[in-house]
Design a protein around this ligand. Structure first.
Ligand SMILES: [Ca+2]
Length: 299
């Protein structure tokens, strides 16, 4: 990350009706601040009809048993559809990821119809008790014209050229499982991608809203970015990235998690996954619904 500016943010905002109060480390200009708290989803209580918003490209509530596999290369075989209310965030269905001891897998992707320049992806995740595994979660990729889809994920250890690929994904850090960012760009130090670590561990046995943004640079400028939010709080932001040297390289892949050598059986649940051209933010809920969830957390 030789030329990129990494900003790790410690958010004081705790949700609800409070205005964001963010202590920033580094020279952040007010005019280029990223949104926090409520976003696009605030207009659609319970995410109802959010799928129809013009800014939304993909929406998954996992209510149907198997339609969520459609279009995904690899078939998302490590997921089961579950309806146990204990593991559903919203509605009647969610996905359960099975990470079996000693297994390696994942790395699925969905191809977008046309390259995009800035996308957001929000989802809810819940880790089982004892979850301690380092793994990648959800993110974005891009491959240049004529290159196969798998090139973005399948060329690990090779630095991008600015015309061939880009890659950015949320991953859970070693030891305390902090949602963090892992990304490949031409300015990275070595063959493998750069890391930018969040500070807040992923809580277990409770739902957390994660969101990632990837914005490509304008060709000839280093104004690309990647950022991560937890429950509407901006937790990691990397600026000044030059992802590409040609306008033909954009974001054309939505990525699903990859994992290697699982140390012991682990489970994760996912619900309400959205890809949009605008900041999405947490799901809008009534005060009663929030109170019910808070009660559940303290049990
Ligand atoms: Ca659901």
């Amino acid at each position: 990350m030789s030329s990129a500016l990494l900003l790790v943010l410690e958010a004081a905002w705790a949700g609800g009706s409070h205005e964001p109060g963010v202590r920033r480390e580094g020279p952040v200009q007010a005019q280029d601040s990223l949104p926090e708290g409520p976003g696009l989803a605030a207009k659609y209580r319970g995410d109802a009809s959010l799928a129809g918003d013009p800014a939304v490209l993909l929406f998954y509530d996992y209510e149907a048993p198997d339609s969520w596999r459609k279009g995904w290369e690899g078939g998302l075989k490590y997921y089961d559809h579950v309806t146990d209310p204990a593991h559903v965030f919203q509605g009647r269905g969610a996905l359960q990821a099975r990470l079996k001891k000693g297994t390696t897998g994942g790395g699925d992707h969905l191809r977008l119809r046309a390259p995009e320049t800035c996308l957001f992806q929000r989802y809810y995740v819940k880790a089982d008790r004892g979850f301690d595994f380092i793994m990648k979660s959800h993110g974005f990729g891009g491959v240049g014209p004529g290159l196969p889809d798998w090139y973005a994920q399948g060329k690990a250890g090779i630095k991008p050229t600015g015309t061939d690929k880009l890659y950015g994904i949320i991953f859970f850090s070693p030891k305390d499982v902090r949602p963090s960012l892992y990304y490949y760009h031409p300015g990275q130090k070595g063959g493998y991608g750069d890391h930018a670590y969040g500070r807040t561990p992923l809580p277990v046995e409770t739902w957390t809203c994660l969101e990632i943004m990837l914005k490509v640079n304008e060709v000839g400028q280093n104004n690309g970015e990647i950022a991560c939010w937890m429950d509407g709080r901006l937790t990691v932001r990397v600026k000044d990235l030059a992802w590409r040297t040609t306008p033909e390289l954009g974001i054309n892949l939505v990525l699903d998690h990859v994992y290697n050598s699982v140390p012991h059986d682990q489970l994760l649940w996912f619900d309400n996954r959205v890809v949009a051209r605008r900041y999405i933010g947490p799901m809008a809920r009534s005060s009663q619904e929030k109170a019910a969830e808070q009660t559940g957390r303290t049990k």
